[in-house]
Design a binder for this molecule. Sequence first.
Ligand SMILES: [Cu+2]
Length: 108
Amino acid sequence: MKHQYIAIAIAALAAPAGAAALAAEMPMATDVAVKHAQGHGVIKAVDAKARTITIAHGAIAALGWPPMTMTFAAASKLSLSTLKAGDKIAFGLDARGMSGVVTSVQPD
Ligand SMILES: [Cu+2]
């Protein structure tokens, strides 16, 4: 009888660890896939130090985004020195949920 109690106690201890290991292998609901998209807009601000670009962009149908102004991180390969507020641009974006990283910028 004593052995049975011990076996149940071990099973109870092992279950949470097993569940945690399984969760680590499986994508969580909060893990949103990165989607590449193209946007059009006007640069509102460039912060070279923080490496961010604020863009008033039009609707991005591929992402289901309405027009809005938002601040994006700039990809490390992207040069910010030639960009300034007021520039009309087309930009490439790696979107994750409701944020994203600007990967390319061209005059538009
Ligand atoms: Cu937006």
